[in-house]
Design a protein around this ligand. Sequence first.
Ligand code: 3H9
Length: 695
Amino acid sequence: MGNINDVADLSTEGEIAVLTLNSPPVNALSAPVREGIFEGIKKATADSAVKAIVLICDGRTFIAGADITEFGKKPTGPSLFDAQDMIENASVPVIAAIHGTALGGGLEVALTCHYRVAVPSAKCGLPEVNLGLLPGAGGTQRLPRIVGPEKALEMVTTGQHVPAKKCLEMGLVDELAEEGKLREGAVAFAKKVVAENRPLKKVREMNDKVEAARGKPEIFDNFRKSIARKTRGFLAPEYNIQCIEAAVNKSFDEGIKVERDLFTKLVTGEQSAAQRHVFFAERQVWKVPGIDKDTKRIPIEKVGIIGAGTMGGGISMNFANAGIPVTIVERDQAPLDKGLGTIRKNYENTAKKGRISMDDVEKRTGLIQGSTDMKALADCDLIIEAVFENMDVKQDIFRQLDEICKPGAILATNTSALNIDEIASVTKRPEAVIGLHFFSPANVMRLLEVVRADKTSKEVIATSMDLAKKIGKIAALVGVCPGFVGNRILAQRQREANKLIMEGAMPWDVDRVLFDFGLPMGPFAMSDLAGLDLGWRKENSKGETIRDVLCEMDRRGQKTGAGFYDYDENRKATPSKVVEDIIKDFAEKKQIQRRDISDQEILERCVYPMINEGFKILEEGKAIRASDIDIVWINGYGWPVYRGGPMYYGEKIVGLDKVLAKMQEFQKAHGDDFEPAALLEKAVKEGKSLSELGY
Ligand code: 3H9
């Protein structure tokens, strides 16, 4: 039957037509793919010899969704609905043959097919929520008709990719085909459908499951409550729920109208634009200019960690989880035993929550060995130093590593503050030295800052990035500077937060504004959680800062029942009168005239200097691109995804001209902490976006 267009091909196997789509990388529903489906099904059904049609994809996956790059552009060719109608109303059964992932619009296409066959490794899902969207091609109306509203609610609000076997149990897939033999399996299934004269099953007409839930609003009330905390601030989860509610309470066609209306609101809104930016940023971040698939990688089969404290232990768990053996070295047996014990306890707790089995606990702890002898690191391919932040101590360790470690091994430091060039300089192999800055708790937090020092080799960088992916992290390559990218930006916010409470705000005002902005918690609640005495020493305290005073009073944070806030036995925080008085007293001593500070000012004073610092980081070449900074802040500090990251927020939501104008205004009023970055001034002056400027 031949080519339909560049991405669709129609062939036959006896009475069965096979429509094959091939649009790399993921067969997204671009205009040619939609046309291929529309014209392909039309042509197949026009042939009276065709008794059924198999819709299948070449390449790594079935259709992975709408083409996200087309959003916001003028659509051309047949719409997705035209293509779906062509399938659903076909005069012969259409069978979707699924491998890889049938996601979003891809699953929605499959749901208009009359039957679905998948290989066991395939997965199905409606992940639109992660792009700030909802399934806008009938998914919210068809899915609950097959799997029931409860399961549908879960799928559309989490975006989970459901394995084929589970899909089979839920009725989402009708039959599993043998792995690697999808085409044969689907054609055989199609023949069976024809031979048995099975009906043209239209999901839109299957009403039993939705009708059964009608008049039970508690299903939705309870569900809303169960996800409220996780989805705070996001629009899409709620809109998804409303669509499933419509599926239950309205006719199919009315439900589709609700879906269309809410989809349009989301797709044209600020949140989805930001979340789509993050989707692409998460993929860009892995791309390092000058490094490609031909860059040599160093095989990492064994990892050494120096330090069995919180950081060292957490880092070790990452590798054990990925099946890579780890040797932890501590100076003395007691802290080593303590560290190993904590790791076991952590795993056991995870097992208690049902997330891993006891078998996994044994397997993973079995991969972690302890030693008090640095020589145990001799055969490691990568060694990560995770001791406390002291240059002399670290340099001493690196001198030893240089002696002990085999040639070609990567020598990494987990420092969050020290100059890695200085650490590298004590070795005879500075090209092997790199920073791997994990965030605490290291076994949980997704972010890894990979810090390239002056002499770090491409191979070491490429290997580190690959390894990060292997252990489930999202890695951003950054350069050496105080605080690297994440903490350098954090320092801006911290400084302003501290100034604001002197000038008139209270810690709980600052925290509330940042919490409402979408951050998990404000700086003062954060300090209380981490412990105010982190890095504080009584003998050095001069009572010069609020923190000094609070620590001296033993108000050291949640652990002592009081810090910036007072805590009850359930660790519930309330603003503290004591702290309020201390702050006022302090301001008076420093002759600071306190004033009313608006929420708006708090937000701008905290956030704009962060954006400005991002510009400085870019102009100094300490991050490759602006979106990498967004990735760092989203994954390391809980910046709300629906605000796209600080750089996106500054550029696309606030506007760079406004950020600059405020920085200039603040500079006049409060001094050079607010000095605008040259690159920010340039962008505004030239009216150019960061991407136009090459960032
Ligand atoms: C939707 O369907 C809306 C409808 O309900 C309503 C319509 C009316 N479009 O992730 P990878 C690119 S919304 C365009 O590295 P993997 C990606 O940018 C959509 N491009 O591969 C990357 O490009 P590059 C709902 C896309 O194997 C390349 O493909 N669907 C799209 O690790 C490889 O991607 C989703 O949300 C797309 N839809 O993972 C699914 N998807 O190489 C989104 C990917 O230039 N996609 N690209 O950097 C995914 O989750 C993963 O890509 C997938 C493959 C699991 C499929």
